[in-house]
Write a protein that binds this ligand. Structure first.
Ligand code: UDP
Ligand code: MG
Length: 329
């Protein structure tokens, strides 16, 4: 029976932005890997590699077109503008979800160890709907990237996002997980944060990261900061609550100050105007912060609502309702 088990259709999704140097060597490696997976009966013959051109300004699309004509297993998608890594991955996955059993997303420079793919698939076969790739170390990263990454994950943890430290956008998603992801309506995407939020069964695979072989990093500092800001702001309105908290603290201090000021005014030595100025600073400051916090709370809630995230997603449904064919039309 085991030999007859249906082999899954794998779609490998590769985001590409100005990757003319890396594209051909990476495509060759990926094609070999896919061939190996097919020959050893791990994945279906219908498996594919999907290159998503994120509005490249170099010859990336030309190369993808060549690859498409030369290999039946290659698919190309192209954005009219540069929409960023997260959108490129999402587009590839949303395209693939109607054809595949599962996708694996990987960067075009293949910095991530492609031998982990087999382990991803093993975890899927064992029943995981999502398999997260977590990097073993950050040895290939520069000091600044290491530091900023550590800080970022600390902040994410603080605001309560369920996120794996050092997780990457190298992961497996089953068609079911992809359909759940499709329900998330937000525009500012931070996949590493949303995907754990889906809550289907998942597991983790550790992998090594190598240095980039061809071309330069396409993640500019500003792109990295935007991603971090998306990550932090898309998950919580805690920063707004911080303002609210500050307001309460300032008001409490204000009340203390009023008592102190009144006491000093009558029993101590005060300069003219000191009492009234200090009182207005603390009490008004506190009141302003608090009001900002209250307004912020509404703005924040509005923000969370406008995302139109799904309230729930069924993990499984056990029902006999399919047997009822006599429902009045
Ligand atoms: N990428 C993209 N759009 C962008 C920037 C990057 O699709 O605006 C792709 C890029 O082609 C690569 C992946 O995202 O496949 C990761 O980028 P890169 O390797 O440059 O980032 P790093 O490894 O330096 O973090
Ligand atoms: Mg890279």
């Amino acid at each position: 029976m085991e030999e007859n088990r249906k082999k899954g259709i794998l779609y490998i999704v590769v985001p590409c932005y100005n990757e003319e140097e890396a594209l051909l060597p990476s495509a060759k490696t990926l094609l070999e890997k896919l061939e190996e997976l097919r020959n050893s009966g791990i994945v279906s013959e219908k498996s594919r590699i999907v290159f998503v051109d994120d509005g490249s300004k170099d010859r990336t699309w030309e190369l993808i077109t060549q690859l498409y004509h030369a290999h039946g297993e290659i698919t190309g998608l192209r954005f009219a503008h540069n929409r960023g890594h997260q959108n490129a991955i999402l587009a590839g996955m949303m395209y693939a979800k109607d054809y595949c059993d599962y996708t694996i997303t990987i960067d075009a420079d293949l910095q991530q160890d492609i031998n982990a793919i087999t382990r991803f698939i093993e975890e899927y076969e064992k029943g995981s709907e999502v398999v997260f790739g977590v990097r073993n170390s950050r040895n290939t990263d520069r000091f600044f990237k290491k530091l900023s990454a550590t800080m970022f994950y600390k902040i994410m943890r603080f605001i309560g996002a369920k996120i794996y430290e050092n997780s990457a956008d190298y992961r497996l998603m089953s068609a079911k997980a992809l359909n759940a992801l499709a329900e998330y309506g937000e525009v500012n995407l931070f996949l590493r944060g949303i995907i754990p939020d889906i809550g289907l069964s998942s597991s983790v695979v550790h992998f090594d990261v190598f240095a980039r072989m061809q071309g330069e990093s396409k993640y500019s500092l500003s792109k990295m900061l935007t991603l971090a800001a998306d990550g932090i702001t898309s998950f919580s309105i805690k920063p707004i609550r911080l303002v609210f908290g500050m307001g309460i603290v300032a008001l409490l201090v204000g009340v203390g100050m009023v008592i102190h000021i009144v006491y000093e005014h009558y029993f101590g030595y005060t300069t003219d105007g000191w009492s009234s100025i200090l009182m207005s600073i603390w009490v008004l400051g506190g009141a302003i912060l608090l009001s900002l916090g209250i307004i912020g709370e509404y703005v924040g809630r509005n923000y969370m609502e406008t995302k139109r995230r799904p309230r729930y997603y069924f993990w499984d449904v056990l029902s006999h309702d399919g047997d009822c064919h006599d429902k009045a039309k």
